[in-house]
Unconditional design. Structure first.
Length: 236
């Protein structure tokens, strides 16, 4: 979609879970129709209070993928606000709406484009705002990094092409908001990641990236055995 300067103003909040270093995002249009992206179960009261204080009408509860390091707050928020849950069809998770590539999530005057960006898991998506001013990349692309590819049908080759072709093909000034950061960084841009991402920047070949990902030597996520089964049911 061609970027435009005519889009309605956007209300934006970036929230943080210290334990899993997860970012949750709340977006709303001028008429206070809202979506929430990647909520964390332990912070449902915080997120709900923010929605209520700002007078926002929650339209959608979105996850970027089936998380392995925390339980999503999607089901708990749905019980509180009645909004439907959505996640990628390819994730294998249960939701009110199963998303495919090219779908649009509408919230009032604004919308998010669904771009399938598998590789970290088989069901990762990136949500791109209608004017392409920003995108929410989940774990597919992090600030100067990316999600691991050694579980949940991860595939380094797929991730390389997902990021290069579906995220870093956005305009240079597009702001990229990840699902996690472990060093306190909150946002990056397409231009920055193409120049400075040590794994997926323009200087790296696909073979180099695959080699890097095969040799990370990361420990198993501490909550994976609890989080993944719960998240396949929306956090129930």
């Amino acid at each position: 979609m061609v970027a435009t300067t005519m889009a309605s103003p956007l209300s934006f909040r970036q929230l943080f879970d210290r334990e899993s270093c997860t970012y949750t995002y709340v977006l709303a249009d001028p008429n206070r129709a809202a979506v929430i992206i990647d909520p964390v179960l332990e912070h449902v009261d915080r997120d709900g209070r923010i929605l209520e204080e700002l007078g926002l009408a929650l339209q959608w509860i979105l996850d970027t993928h089936v998380h392995a390091d925390h339980i999503t707050g999607a089901a708990a928020l749905q019980r509180r606000f009645g909004a439907p849950r959505a996640i990628a069809r390819a994730s294998g998770a249960a939701a009110d709406r199963l998303l495919d590539d090219g779908d649009r999530i509408e919230f009032g005057a604004r919308s998010l484009e669904v771009r399938m960006t598998p590789g970290h898991t088989a069901g990762d998506v990136t949500y791109v705002l209608d004017d392409q001013s920003c995108a929410f990349t989940g774990d597919a692309l992090l600030v100067r990094g990316c999600g691991r590819t050694d579980f949940q049908e991860g595939d380094a080759h797929r991730l390389f092409h997902s990021v290069r072709e579906r995220i870093l093909s956005l305009p240079d000034d597009t702001k990229l908001y990840p699902a996690h950061d472990y060093l306190g960084r909150t946002v990056t841009t397409v231009r920055e990641e193409r120049a400075f991402n040590p794994r997926l920047g323009d200087a790296r070949s696909e073979d180099e990236f695959v080699h890097i990902m095969a040799n990370l030597g990361l420990a198993k996520p501490a909550k994976i055995d609890v989080a993944v089964p719960a998240n396949l049911k929306g956090g129930l």
